[in-house]
Write a protein that binds this ligand. Structure first.
Ligand code: C2G
Length: 131
């Protein structure tokens, strides 16, 4: 039976921190699903992306570690997704440590160390400086 891993995020201006998380998550199973925050859900999260959902999705789908991208539209869709896609493992960076432990009733939950020194907001600042 294929071991399915899922993770969620905005993945704006995809960078090495995102890619390393996706790579590690994929290495823990046979397929990786990414719940990609829609522009509307980003507004709920208080985030504004540089790239639209369609562009962020296209970039993620080009990543060899990503097998399927689904929309993330609400905080409370994870349990349904886990059942619908037969998810075995839920992975997030450890800035979320503990926040999704309630999912342990549905699947394994793992928080991976974030990659230091890189973030979308940091990239935005660097770009602004060069303008
Ligand atoms: N990440 C990382 N290292 C970084 C930056 C991000 O490991 N330097 C990880 C985050 O921990 C997260 C994933 O990359 O697991 C995606 O990061 P974001 O796009 O910032 O996702 P976020 O806004 O935290 O949304 O329901 C969950 C939310 O949708 C998560």
């Amino acid at each position: 039976m294929k071991r399915t891993v899922i993770t969620y995020g905005t993945f704006d201006l995809l960078h090495t921190g995102h890619v390393r998380l996706l790579e590690r998550a994929r290495s823990l199973g046979d397929r990786l699903i990414v719940g990609l925050s829609t522009d509307e859900f980003n507004a709920i999260k208080g985030k504004i992306s540089v790239q639209t959902y369609a562009d962020r999705k296209a970039v993620l789908e080009a990543i060899q570690f990503v097998d399927l991208v689904i929309p993330e539209t609400a905080w409370n869709q994870k349990e349904k997704d886990i059942i619908q896609y037969g998810v075995d493992l839920f992975v997030m960076g450890d800035d979320w440590k503990g926040k999704f432990d309630f999912l342990k009733d549905s699947c394994e939950v793992l928080y991976l160390p974030r990659t230091a020194g890189i973030s979308t907001s940091d990239l935005k600042k660097r770009i602004d400086k060069q303008l």
